[in-house]
Structures are given as structure tokens and as C-alpha cells.
Design a protein. Structure first.
Length: 218
């Protein structure tokens, strides 16, 4: 019987600034897990991926603040981030950058496939936006002062714009069925948290930003 194959990924960090020691925790844990599975399954059956997330308004504004182009900015920060991870002796298979040609092409093909499948539509949205998360927020995701729980020093923006949306709401039953299976999401507390999130009702997800607001993207 063929051995199972394992993919281990970390968060890919925004290049608005260089990573700090707090980022090392997740990467070191992932590296330990990858080394363990390589010993059990063989190196050829384990793929460990890390990297940098280089598009979006956060990176664009960081470049503007420095007076350089977005590409110059992300090239510099990504290079520094990689050097920091290499100093930790992380044995990853690939340090991926979202500006890599194969990533851009895959993202475009995936978006087109989902669009052609009828799961993406154009619509208008009015709501709250956290630039740090580069994501829209509901009131339940904000603290008592109306700030993002992950970025409490940033102001939440009220935006009204036309975007393309993914029909996330149509997949709520499918997601619930997957997550209800024991062992699909661990630890158990996170599994219950995700089920509670679905029970509240899933809204369709904006998957684009207007070009006049964010020019640095795919």
C-alpha cells in the first residue's frame, strides 16, 4: 500500500514590514512536524511550504510611505524574511511568494474556473473593512470600541464599493457536514468554534478590490 502524503503549510506573512520573533513560533512548530513526518513517511511524501503574501493595499501603502514601487518594496522585505527563516535552519521545500509567476497564473486560472462554474458574481457591498486583515468584518468580529480584535490600533473603515463575490453561503451545508466529522478539524475546541460560526449564517465573500483603490494585485 502506498504511504500517505502530507502537506504542511504556515501562514504566508504580509510584506508590509519584516517579520519578528513572534512569527518564529508557528514556523518552528511546522518545521518540527515536517521533520517528524519525513522520518515516518519518507522525504518524498512530505511537502513543507512557507513564504510571503505580497499583494494588497497594506503592502502598497507601505511602499508608498517609503517612496519606492510596490515591487521594490516586496522584493526587499521578502528577501529579508527568507533570510530570517533560513537563520532558524528551517527545512522547508519551498519559500513561495505570491508574486511568483506560477502563483499568479494559478490564481488567475482558479478564479476563472470558479467564475465559469457560476460561483462568482458581481455585486455591491457596504460594510466595515480592516486594512490590517485585508478583510471585511461584522460587528461580532470587533471589540467594544469597534476595532478589529487582531489589529486594535487600526481604524476600521466603512466602505461602499462594487466587487466580485464568491457564493460562500451556498456551501454552508457542505462545510458543516465536513467539519462535523470527528478529526477533520483539530483541536476539538476549534471544530466547535467553526461550527458555531456556520450556525450564525455565512455571507457571500468579496474576493476582489476595486482597481482604483488597490492597483497592486493580481
Amino acid at each position: 500500500m502506498d504511504k500517505k502524503r502530507v502537506l504542511i503549510t504556515t501562514a504566508i506573512d504580509y510584506t508590509n514590514d519584516v517579520i519578528h520573533i513572534g512569527h518564529a513560533y508557528q514556523k518552528i512548530l511546522a518545521d518540527c512536524l515536517a521533520r517528524y513526518y519525513r522520518g515516518v513517511l519518507g522525504k518524498e511524501n512530505v511537502y513543507f511550504l512557507t513564504g510571503t503574501d505580497e499583494y494588497g493595499s497594506t503592502n502598497q501603502k507601505a511602499a508608498e510611505k517609503r517612496g519606492v514601487t510596490p515591487k521594490e518594496h516586496v522584493d526587499e522585505i521578502s528577501s529579508k524574511d527568507k533570510a530570517e527563516l533560513d537563520a532558524l535552519n528551517l527545512d522547508y521545500n519551498r519559500f513561495i511568494r505570491t508574486t511568483d509567476a506560477d502563483h499568479r497564473e494559478t490564481a488567475q486560472k482558479f478564479f476563472q474556473k470558479v467564475f465559469d462554474n457560476g460561483d462568482i458574481y458581481k455585486g455591491s457591498y457596504t460594510g466595515l473593512y480592516c486594512e490590517g486583515c485585508e478583510a471585511y468584518k461584522t460587528m461580532s468580529e470587533l471589540d467594544a470600541d469597534g476595532r478589529c480584535l487582531l489589529h486594535p490600533t487600526r481604524d476600521i473603515q466603512k466602505v461602499e464599493e462594487e466587487n466580485y463575490f464568491f457564493k460562500w453561503s451556498e456551501y454552508s451545508d457542505f462545510l458543516k457536514q465536513l467539519i462535523e466529522a470527528k478529526g477533520f478539524v483539530l483541536p476539538e475546541g476549534k471544530r466547535r468554534e467553526m461550527l458555531g460560526f456556520i450556525e450564525q449564517g455565512i455571507n457571500d465573500l468579496p474576493v476582489t478590490r476595486p482597481g482604483y483603490k488597490v492597483s497592486w494585485g493580481i
